[in-house]
Design a protein. Structure first.
Length: 120
């Protein structure tokens, strides 16, 4: 007799089952209502801004604040602790201004020399 094993959610999907599930219908104008249990689990508040994206064919929804914090954490991880990208940007911009000022001074000097040669 063949050994029959009952398939589990993890067997089918590759992950453990989510702790909270829900269903929603898409309205004719494209709206869905996120079930209260899921809103509660994700900490969504009324009138909160949510961001969405499609990842591997699934809609992902998270609060703007959580997405921002996640992106900031990733930038810190990539840049390294104690590194200020804002300070680096300001320093780069100041150097760019200095280069432009030097170019302008050189251009003005050349223009003066050209006028002097023409006058003399």
């Amino acid at each position: 007799m063949a050994d029959t094993k009952k398939l589990t959610y993890e067997d089918l999907v590759g992950t453990k089952p989510p702790l909270v599930q829900g269903r929603a219908k898409l309205s004719p104008n494209g709206r869905i209502v996120i079930p209260a249990a899921i809103r509660g689990k994700l900490g969504f508040r009324p009138n909160e801004t949510l961001v969405m994206d499609v990842h591997e064919g699934a809609l992902r929804v998270e609060s703007f604040e959580k997405r921002l914090a996640r992106v900031q954490d990733e930038i810190i991880r990539l840049a390294g602790p104690g590194r200020s990208l804002a300070d680096e940007l300001i320093a780069d911009r100041r150097e760019e201004v200095r280069r432009e000022e030097r170019k302008e001074q050189e251009r003005a000097r050349q223009e003066s020399e050209t006028k002097l040669r023409k006058a003399g």
